[in-house]
Design a binder for this molecule. Structure first.
Ligand code: C2E
Ligand code: CA
Ligand code: CA
Length: 576
């Protein structure tokens, strides 16, 4: 058994495990012995000292040694009080016994030796006994209160199961002892429907019944493994499983919990058949600490919920974290769009003489902690989730307000570029979306340019051309973004009614590495000019790049060399 304990930790039922988690730290027995020894020493010196007639010299003056009696007496009492405070019941009975033991000695001194100097000692003893009793009684009250608080801290009030904190402490303890275990995140299926249709009271009954069944199962040991069940909140539970050999054992244990759950549950005279999904992660294989383990188990759980189907259990694998991040971004996007919190940043665009021409509006998304999530990451998520048109519209609307403010300050030549996803362009309400912005905000559409990536010319049919025509007849301009990265044919480019070509940063990055790269950029600029388009280079970072672009006849530039994307309030400050 000792070997087993080392390998798996102690087998306990849930209540005992909780008690173990919530118990206060025990003070070592050695402290108890030390206090007793100190007490014995001080009592010995107290007796020896009180009978001594010796004189000792303090600063050259002879004084009777008995003046130290009080010091030894106080020291002994301090030991007594510490015993009661630190060791509660045991300390109290030990102290009281020691104090009562002093009485016979003091009585002998008083009645037989007729030494009246022992009277203060008797009084001190009595007072100490009373003090010890008061401290003990008080300590008991505080102790009971602390115990209650600790119990509350580790239990879920609704079901009485351990809560997330208890589950984390248990896992941390197992990790400290390097004991292998598996965390299973559990989420009930369709619990919300029960809450919504039958009310919260019935929902609570359901959660309690499930908790009860699982607690009994965990305590019974029928699963063949050591199990611990906790409720983390709403319809989320977790299982910590130990003492198994392989994955089959884990799956077998989970199937026990599934079966218990799937038995009929009767609430308000109605029969319910519940089911749940399970995400599985193992220490130390999947994660090194409890926090990461929760994330892994949750990632597996979300995936199994997302996929649906008959399989309800999934073991964590590294690929899931990517999916998890993806879903987290999608959730965040929905919240941010709902609250209209997606922000535009404005990156300045200049002509080659460094005169400000306008800005490109770039969408910015922040997570809950205020960290920025790159558009390279969230734009594809938004496109997949069907949220991209909301982003494009929001950025265009906020850019229009920004330009209206600049115009009000008397600056009239500023142009704004706003990105539009091809997916948005192809939607039927695209034109209406754009028009509604300009009907709300009094700015001239001619000061706006939409940037559409070159891929529009490869992927799409004539519908894209129609849309672009419609935008142009509304007065707006069009730029072909990331130009050079696709394989657009010259004939299509010729038909495409754009106003500007935007050379992609990847070409600017390598432009000065060799003559061929430089000539490639020069050729794009020449084609642009032949087709009557102005040309802007993006991602210009160095003086060399700037010089080359001037030399080969580029019209505009955008890049860190002259300006990074700015938040709205800083961009506004450029106009005073
Ligand atoms: P993009 O349209 O090609 O935008 C240019 C990107 O290059 C921006 O990155 C900009 O911050 C960055 N950049 C500009 N100059 C420099 C430079 O000198 N050095 C470096 N290292 N980078 C520079 P950002 O803001 O991360 O945007 C990435 C992409 O996300 C954009 O590429 C665009 O395709 C997309 N995007 C951004 N906002 C929106 C939006 O509102 N709607 C849509 N549909 N797409 C957007
Ligand atoms: Ca762009
Ligand atoms: Ca680009």
């Amino acid at each position: 058994m000792h070997e087993d304990e080392k390998k798996y930790g102690k087998k306990r039922n849930i209540d005992d495990t909780l008690k173990g988690i919530s118990a206060s730290k025990k003070i070592p027995k050695s402290v108890f012995v030390l206090l007793l020894v100190l007490y014995a020493i001080s009592t010995f010196y107290l007796i020896a000292n009180s009978r001594s007639e010796a004189l000792i010299s303090i600063f050259g003056n002879p004084v009777p040694a008995t003046i130290f009696t009080g010091v030894f007496s106080s020291f002994g009492n301090i030991c007594i009080i510490l015993l009661v405070v630190m060791f509660r019941r045991v300390g109290f009975f030990t102290s009281i016994s020691l104090l009562f033991l002093q009485f016979p000695m003091q009585m002998v001194t008083f009645f037989i030796s007729k030494t009246y100097s022992s009277i203060p000692g008797i009084f001190t003893n009595l007072v100490t006994i009373i003090a010890v009793c008061i401290i003990f009684a008080n300590n008991r009250r505080i102790g009971k209160y602390q115990e209650k608080m600790r119990e509350i801290a580790v239990t879920d009030p609704l079901t009485g199961l351990p809560n997330r904190y208890a589950c984390t402490v248990l896992m941390d303890n197992l990790i400290k002892k390097n004991i292998k275990f598996t965390l299973v995140s559990v989420n009930l299926n369709n619990f919300k429907t029960i809450n919504d249709t039958l009310g919260h009271k019935a929902g609570d009954e359901m959660l309690k019944e499930i908790a009860n069944r699982w607690r009994i199962l965990a305590d019974s040991g029928d699963t063949g493994t050591f199990d611990f069940v906790a409720r983390l909140g709403s319809d989320e539970y977790s299982l910590v499983i130990r003492a198994y050999e392989n994955e089959d054992d884990i799956l077998k244990t989970i199937s026990f919990y599934e079966k218990e759950l799937e038995r009929k549950i009767m609430i308000n005279n109605c029969d319910f058949f519940m089911s749940a999904c399970f995400g599985v992660a193992e220490y130390p294989n999947d994660a090194p600490d409890s926090g990461a383990l929760y994330s892994c188990a949750d990632a597996a759980l979300h995936e199994v919920k997302r996929v649906g189907g008959s399989n309800k259990v999934l073991r964590f694998n590294a690929k899931l974290l990517k999916t998890e991040r993806y879903l987290a971004i999608e959730r965040r996007l929905r919240v941010v769009l709902e609250n209209d919190e997606i922000k535009p940043y404005f990156q300045p665009q200049f002509d080659m003489e460094h005169n400000l021409r306008g800005f490109e509006a770039l969408a910015r998304l922040q997570d809950e902690d205020g960290n920025f999530i790159s558009p390279v990451e969230f734009i594809p998520v938004a496109e997949n989730a069907g949220l991209i048109d909301q982003i494009d519209n929001s950025i265009l609307r906020k850019s229009a307000k920004f330009l209206a403010e600049i115009n009000k300050k008397g600056f009239r030549n500023i142009k704004i570029s706003s990105n539009i996803s091809v997916l948005h362009l192809m939607k039927n309400d695209f034109i209406d979306d754009i028009k509604s912005v300009f009907s709300e905000i009094a700015v001239n559409p001619a000061d706006f340019k939409i940037e559409i990536t070159e891929s529009v010319m490869i992927d799409s049919d004539d519908k894209a051309l129609e849309r672009i025509e419609a935008i142009k007849s509304f007065g707006m301009q069009v730029a072909i973004d990331d130009f050079g990265t696709g394989y657009s044919s010259l004939s299509y480019l010729h038909r495409f009614p754009a106003d500007m070509l935007k050379i992609d940063k990847s070409f600017i990055d390598v432009m000065n590495e060799n003559e061929a790269s430089k000539q490639y950029v020069a050729m794009i600029i020449a084609i642009g000019h032949v087709l009557n388009l102005s040309v802007i280079s993006e991602g210009v970072e160095t003086k060399d790049q700037l010089d080359t672009l001037k030399e080969i006849g580029c019209d505009y530039i955008q890049g860190y060399i002259w300006g990074k994307p700015l938040p709205l309030d800083e961009a506004i400050k450029l106009f005073i």
